[in-house]
Design a binder for this molecule. Structure first.
Ligand code: PRX
Length: 661
């Protein structure tokens, strides 16, 4: 167990604070306690009712077809268009003038409001423009963009056409973009010249050019939004300015209703092997799951709430709880382009004050950063509009939970700690803000209609007060349908450990009341600032450097980022100087190499050059022991090592050159 997990276990045995829902919120809550029983008595009827909140072309014949498990079909025979549900229907209902997105650029005074009518105009034009560029239903479109409204427009235009999008986080490298474009065979990439980050323009188009060069003749067009005005290389014929093709296209677009199971998007995420997995989400079930949970967990009142989810659209949270869930519910929301400290550390709170944000959703890593910056920063702003706070991405430590509630939520706003994954598409475990008395550090209970359990190695449900593996016992509407092009890997990864159970990869514990505490990953996946990274993927990146012979990566507990990437590297002999020592600047070179291969988020915090790695007799690297070193602990049991002296050699290197920032 890591220190983080041990901490969580200690917390849950001593934690006796309870935060009851505020009386007014409880009285007026969208979802009341009876929902649990109603869903338990007829799960499918419960989800059918949630689906009825949406507009369908044709109503489904069957709620769930699980006959070919684990391949689920939801709302079988139904037809629906996600873009119509997120845009057209609000305009048709007379809410065209309602603001959909208060967009805030990083440079101050650079902001724009888009109403639902504006969105309809732009999404329709973009759909026509993409059609003109040859995009047809079923074609894949990659999106590599900063946080500007056009990213939502691009996603919704793809959804309208039935062309699955794959959004690649703008912080990923050209190589990462190329591998995703290749895997899902995207024929168009939508991007921008750049975006603003940390007070300066940061370029995106050069990475796209580099990626396209690596993908043969797959990519037919690159559509470029002009955001920063930076100079860009231009390939006549292939490259198109957004303003040339979208702004001039017709604002009328007749949408087709797609099958409920039509692919909506592919989102790549790290797994335990080097190759990212393309998580496939389809339309009807996904939109049902995201829109219902967004309405229930955040107690959304579309007429009065101003919602802000700080995630980047390049991650699943940006898909489910910035684009599809909120827009399907007709929400007014804030979208911010930049970093929280540009140009000052109170920027987020300034935005909350300016727009009167009522519901705020962020990640524990951000909360811990604000704690470090000091209570006086949020205290300078009027945050009294906030009535509900959400957390996602990693376990929230009780101190951060309480700080968040007190300093951002005026000690009254409930905190909903929401557990879910790229794969689950929607929130599965969370308090209901009008029902649940929250415990700091616990995600509490499965939502109505969701069957979560914690099991032991034999798949037996553990009693209250014990820990085990988090599993799902029944399918849910927004669940992933498969991995893009790899049904077998889908089965092997999630469904093979125990018959009939979805294995999430997380450890969890039930406390004495049966409430759930998440304990982090139990596999070789790391969670750095709420972002998923694979140890193997970073090891492969390190080994691809000509001076590296072998590498092992572990996630070490980190106060700020939850976990941090720590790498142990064996160099090739040719890389060593005459004195047998590693060149001085090599560590920085290796960190930059990982950044180039994957992206800045994967850059190791620490790299240790070691002479050997601890391996079992069958050659498996014992990362557990390396983690002990990285977390400055007494090294655990070494008896299964092929050579038990290896750890002494590695520990002897602890003072050797390394890099931390
Ligand atoms: O380990 C869990 C952690 O993040 C993983 C999913 O990562 P990703 O697919 O990138 O999605 C992140 C945003 C939904 C999970 O397996 N995780 C996510 N939310 C929580 C969490 N761990 C504890 N508490 C949470 N609320």
């Amino acid at each position: 167990m890591t220190e983080q997990k041990t901490d969580a276990l200690a917390n849950l045995s001593t934690e006796d604070r309870r935060f009851e829902p505020p009386a007014d919120l409880a009285a007026d809550a969208n979802v009341k306690a009876e929902a649990y029983d109603r869903a338990a008595s007829d799960r499918e009827a419960f989800w059918a009712e949630a689906a009825e909140r949406l507009d369908w072309g044709r109503t489904w014949d069957q709620v769930l077809d699980w006959s070919d498990a684990p391949f689920a079909k939801w709302f079988v025979g139904g037809t629906i268009n996600a873009s119509v549900n997120c845009v057209d229907r609000h305009v048709e209902a007379g809410r065209g003038d309602k603001v959909a997105i208060h967009w805030v650029g990083e440079p101050e005074d650079d902001s724009r409001d888009l109403t639902y009518a504006d969105l309809l105009d732009q999404v329709s034009r973009a759909a026509n423009a993409l059609t003109e560029l040859g995009v047809k239903k079923g074609d894949r479109v990659a999106i590599y963009m900063p946080m500007i409204p056009e990213v939502a427009v691009a996603m919704l235009a793809c959804a309208r056409l039935g062309a699955p999008h794959t959004v690649v986080f703008g912080g990923f490298s050209a190589d990462a973009l190329a591998s995703r474009v290749t895997d899902c065979e995207a024929k168009v990439i939508i991007t921008a010249d750049g975006g603003y980050r940390r007070g300066a323009p940061s370029a995106l188009k050069p990475a796209v050019d580099e990626a396209v060069a690596k993908t043969g003749d797959l990519v037919e067009h690159v559509v470029v939004v002009r955001r920063t005005g930076q100079d860009v290389e231009w390939d006549e014929g292939r490259d198109k300015w957004w303003h040339d093709v979208v702004d001039t296209a017709s604002p009328d677009h007749e949408p087709e209703m797609h099958d409920s199971e039509h692919p909506l998007y592919v989102m790549y995420t790290s797994g335990t092997t080097g190759k990212p997995k393309g998580i496939l989400h389809t339309t009807g079930g996904y939109l049902t799951g995201t829109s219902w949970t967004h309405w229930a967990v955040f107690d959304l009142k579309p007429e009065t709430d101003v919602y802000w989810c700080t995630a980047d659209v390049g991650w699943v949270t940006g898909h489910s709880y910035m684009v599809y869930g909120p827009l399907a519910n007709g929400t007014t929301q804030v979208m911010y382009e930049g970093t929280p400290d540009s140009p000052h550390k109170g920027r987020w709170w300034e935005i909350v004050e300016k727009y009167g944000v009522t519901i705020f959703y962020t990640a524990p890593t951000a909360i811990r950063t604000f704690m470090k910056w000091g209570d006086d920063i949020p205290a300078k702003f009027d945050l009294s509009s906030i009535r509900l706070l959400g957390s996602v991405g990693e376990p929230i430590n009780p101190e951060a939970y309480v700080w968040y509630r007190e300093n951002i939520g005026a000690s009254t706003a409930p905190v909903v700690d929401t557990w879910w994954q790229t794969e689950t598409g929607q929130i599965l475990i969370s308090p209901l803000p009008g029902v649940t008395a929250g415990k700091p550090g616990s995600a509490m209970k499965a939502l109505p209609g969701i069957e979560v359990d914690v099991v032991n190695d034999e798949a037996e449900s553990v009693p209250n007060g014990s820990g085990g593996y988090l599993v799902l016992r029944e399918p849910w509407p927004a669940m992933l349908r498969t991995l893009w092009g790899d049904d077998q890997r889908f089965k092997d990864t999630y469904w093979s450990r125990w018959e009939g159970l979805y294995f999430a990869g997380d450890g969890a514990k039930k406390d004495e009341d049966g409430d759930i505490w998440l304990l982090g990953r139990v596999d070789d996946v790391m969670n750095v600032s709420g972002h998923r990274l694979s140890t193997t993927e970073i090891e492969s990146a390190l080994v691809s450097h000509p001076k590296v012979a072998e590498a092992a990566v572990v996630g070490a507990a980190d106060e700020m980022t939850g976990q941090a990437v720590c790498a142990f590297v064996i160099l090739r002999e040719s890389a060593l100087g005459d004195d047998g020592a590693a060149p001085e600047d090599l560590i920085e070179e290796l960190r930059k190499h990982v950044q180039k291969e994957i992206g800045a988020i994967a850059k190791p915090r620490q790299i240790m050059i070691v002479p050997e790695l601890p391996k079992t007799r069958s050659g498996k690297i014992m990362r557990r022991l390396l983690k002990d070193v990285a977390e400055h602990r007494e090294v655990g049991d070494v008896t299964t090592l092929a050579d038990s002296t290896v750890m002494d050699l590695i520990k002897g290197k602890e003072g050797a050159p390394s890099s931390e920032d």
